[in-house]
Ligand binder design. Sequence first.
Ligand SMILES: NC(=O)c1ccc[n+]([C@@H]2O[C@H](COP(=O)([O-])OP(=O)(O)OC[C@H]3O[C@@H](n4cnc5c(N)ncnc54)[C@H](O)[C@@H]3O)[C@@H](O)[C@H]2O)c1
Length: 250
Amino acid sequence: MTAQTHEGRVAVVTGAAGGFGQAFCVGLAERGADIVAVDIDDSSETVALVEKLGRRAMAFGADLADPSSVSDLGERVRAEFGRCDILVNNAGIYPNRPFDEMDYEFWRRIQAVNLDSQFLMTKAVVGLMKQNGWGRIVNITSNSITLAVHGVTHYLASKMGVIGFTRGLATDLAGFGITVNAVGPTLTPSRAWDVRGLPAALVEATVQKQAIKRPGEVSDVVGIIAFLSSDDAAFITGQTIMADGGLARL
Ligand SMILES: NC(=O)c1ccc[n+]([C@@H]2O[C@H](COP(=O)([O-])OP(=O)(O)OC[C@H]3O[C@@H](n4cnc5c(N)ncnc54)[C@H](O)[C@@H]3O)[C@@H](O)[C@H]2O)c1
């Protein structure tokens, strides 16, 4: 039985329909949080999993590349739950494309979904956190920023941006009792990889460079999100934790 460390908290999680995001919703709900599941896709499966745990859940459909899609999110959360304590900015896309083959439209879409969305989501709920003088924001980056991988210029730019955003925001929000940290998972089976197929050679090469010689799992990251969004992490802010078996040393 997981300790109820998040009892009474309300967590907004993006990219909540599957992959890491769904696991974060379930992990936070197991610890007592109610959940707002934000995704461009149908989050009803996630909502059902959270409700099965006896917690409240609300699905919020949004294309996070479109600022207007989250313009009423804060009000909806206030009306439904009256508060927002935790924001996990997890939504992200990572199509592989060599620099020569990408146009500006493609570049902008990646930055919008992976980085701009974190700005928009924070704007949408930070007022609710300030209202209670307590907040936890966790932004998902990637350990790939430390690796030489072809065809991901757009992705690395967005995920390095997440780290810069995290550091700056941590300073600006510290006076409101809000911490901001980033977590970088490694190559991990998820819905995106279900469609494209996890590149076995890359996984193997990555594993061999790690201190812990096995591929990452979604469950490796859930506890880190839970910790960073708990009372126990009150004195940690602006940090990036790589959940990658000891591959990157920041
Ligand atoms: N799985 C990995 O290997 C891996 C490694 C490092 C970092 N990450 C990061 O983890 C995060 C989650 O990825 P995942 O592997 O779980 O992928 P996933 O595809 O399983 O989940 C991503 C979710 O984001 C949603 N989403 C995509 N575009 C959106 C948009 N415009 N608006 C709203 N929602 C949108 C998708 O519908 C999906 O539910 C991403 O930020 C990704 O960059 C993943």
